[in-house]
Design a protein around this ligand. Structure first.
Ligand code: ATP
Ligand code: MG
Length: 582
């Protein structure tokens, strides 16, 4: 492609509304332009990179025996009503009425395709003999994100690879899951991303049933906990800690607790101010309904209860915060004054609660708190649990290391769904004995735009983007220094033609511009290999070759330069491939 004939609107200035490097660089390098919040046009460079990432994703899906199909973005709302996801998605689900003749039709734009694909299988799969089956598509998804931001990292319209597996047994599900996991590792490695598979909330199947693929990055929106000592990594919601149950031995010397007036102080912050106590010396008492039964959950005042952990500790299927009436019933007080002393429901506590000593808690009476509450004396616990989010400096649950907290960008997610959708949409198969069972499903998503944005976020320097060969919009950039010079252009055109004929993606900068200007743009758009033609070098029968990240150029003979470029590309490709796991 010729620079003069394409659209690469590079920008010198950093756009004011772009907060993070990837967003700034993708705008500045002319990859994308915003149409409105959450919707972007991909310009030729951005589109080429996206297409290359997409091709890698497709190739690995096919190698993992997934078959490609294509489902519509337009979907009937009735499918979402049948699975209960109209409510679950809420405002995120873009849906609207259209008129067709005198009928009104309620449509949704698919945020994912579990409903459509499960309904398809309900009508096409009958027998265990057709299983297992994995299908995928690469298609536009729509989500009315509360806060679209960071360029194409979080948009309301984005390109997702979504795959769905259907099996007759948990063993079949496990097998597909493993092969998808492996395909994901290969995809992200081939795209040149540093990635980290982390344990994520496991949903209905429980156990080790969901992994997110994260790109560690300071600007990532997700928080990950990892142990530098072993390979343990999990997202914040899921991460266990290696803390052990506290000993519950009452403080014998503690005086009787006092009850103090705390008018209208219902939050940890308000009480802490009013009584002059630290949140870490307070107990936060949250009333939940676990499978519809009330339970009081205690965490330290400066901690947050983790609902997944609470649910697992109680062995409950469902957990939700209790309604006002329930709270008033078990505490005998208005909301905001709950505490463990004399509460009328079971109590469970996080490990750190028992270690507080003399704690400040709600008094289960309006406008009152107790000061100096002692565990094992004023209220009892049989044991303690891991009920809060993990944090930096917590012990690792898998080894004797210490956890650290890192931020990450979620680029992919693999998930054992189980039978949630096949039950609600009646997708069943007949086993060998002609007995009906719901299909056992898994779903596997990759944000293709996020692959590109994560590369921009993690691979750049002060000058601009640094693409891996595999996803770079072009592999080689040919720069004739002076397009008015006939000999320069002759050589440049020959290189351009010969490299293209050899199957290389080449861009030639045939703009009438000064060399310094072209070099700045070359650094900004980050094409891996640069070929500079003209000036003194050309007179000496040489061209200059330079990798984007090399300190300086290498001069090679003009006559064999094309061959050298091909060799360099082949070697770099082999190096990139060596980083891809089997
Ligand atoms: P997030 O937690 O970031 O909102 P998610 O967990 O809701 O994402 P999934 O439903 O797991 O996303 O979708 C699969 C993949 O699609 C994600 O791993 C991510 O890479 C990508 N993705 C999800 N939402 C967006 C979005 N709004 N913009 C761009 N990519 C997205
Ligand atoms: Mg996800």
């Amino acid at each position: 492609m010729r620079w003069s004939k394409t659209l690469i609107p590079t920008m010198k200035e950093v756009p004011a509304d772009a907060e993070i490097p990837s967003h700034q660089l993708m705008l500045r390098a002319g990859l994308i332009r915003q149409v409105m919040a959450g919707a972007y046009t991909y310009l030729p460079l951005g589109w080429r990179a996206l297409k290359k990432a997409e091709a890698i994703v497709r190739d690995e899906m096919e190698q993992a025996d997934a078959v490609e199909l294509f489902m519509p973005a337009l979907q009937p709302i009735s499918l979402f009503e049948r699975t209960g996801r109209k409510e679950a998605f809420g405002n995120v689900l873009i849906n609207f009425n259209v008129k067709r003749g005198d009928r009104k039709i309620h449509l949704a734009l698919g945020p994912t395709h579990e409903e459509v694909v499960t309904d398809l299988m309900a009508h096409t799969i009958n027998s265990y003999r057709q299983l297992p089956l994995t299908v995928f598509q690469i298609q536009t998804k729509f989500r009315n994100e509360e806060r679209p931001r960071f360029g194409v990292l979080r948009t309301s319209e984005f390109l997702m690879k979504d795959a769905y597996s259907f099996g007759a047994s948990l063993e079949q599900l496990d097998e597909v899951y493993q092969s998808m996991y492996r395909a994901y590792c290969r995809i992200f490695a081939r795209c040149g991303l540093e990635y980290l598979p982390v344990e994520a909330e496991s949903g209905p199947i429980g156990g080790d049933a969901s992994h997110e693929f994260m790109v560690p990055s300071a600007n990532g929106e997700d928080q990950i906990v990892r142990c530098p000592n072993c390979n343990y990594a999990a997202n914040m919601e899921r991460a266990d800690t290696g803390r052990s149950a506290s000993e519950i031995t009452p403080d014998e010397d503690a005086p009787v607790y006092e009850t103090q007036d705390t008018p209208k102080a219902t939050s940890i912050e308000q009480v802490s101010k009013m009584l002059g106590c630290k949140p870490s010396g307070m107990i936060k008492t949250m009333i939940y309904l676990a499978d519809e039964k009330p339970v009081a959950v205690l965490v330290r005042g400066d901690h947050e209860a983790n609902e997944g952990k609470v649910r697992r500790a109680l062995d409950a299927e469902q957990l939700e915060l209790a309604d006002v009436a329930t709270i008033e019933k078990v505490t005998g007080a208005p909301v905001g004054f709950a505490g463990p002393v004399g509460i009328d429901c079971p109590v469970i506590a996080d490990h750190d609660v028992a270690a507080i000593g003399r704690a400040v808690t709600g008094a289960n009476a309006a406008d009152q708190h107790h000061v100096g509450v002692v565990v094992g004396r004023d209220y009892t616990l049989e044991t303690t649990h891991d009920l809060r989010d993990a944090g930096a400096d917590d012990p690792c649950p898998k080894c004797d290391g210490t956890l650290e907290l890192v931020h990450g960008i979620e680029v992919g997610h693999v998930f054992k769904l189980g039978t949630k959708y096949s039950v609600s949409l009646g997708a069943e198969f007949l086993d060998e004995k002609e007995k009906r069972h719901p299909l056992i499903m898994g779903c596997y998503g990759i944000g293709v735009n996020r692959i590109i944005a994560s590369l921009a976020e993690t691979r750049h320097d002060d000058g601009g983007l640094i693409w891996p060969l595999s996803v770079a919009p072009f592999e080689v950039l040919v720069i004739p220094l002076n397009i008015a010079d006939e000999e320069t252009m002759q050589v440049a055109e020959r290189y351009y033609a010969e490299l293209r004929a050899a199957g290389v993606d080449v861009l030639i900068d045939d703009r009438k511009a000064r060399p310094g200007f072209k070099f700045k743009d070359a650094d900004l758009i980050g094409i891996p290999l640069r070929v500079v033609i003209g000036g003194k070098g050309l007179k000496e029968g040489q061209v200059e070759l330079k990798w984007r990240t090399a300190d300086g150029p290498e001069k090679v003979p003009l006559e064999t330069g094309v061959e050298t470029v091909l060799q360099m590309l082949a070697q770099r490709k082999a190096e990139e491939a060596a980083d891809v796991p089997d």
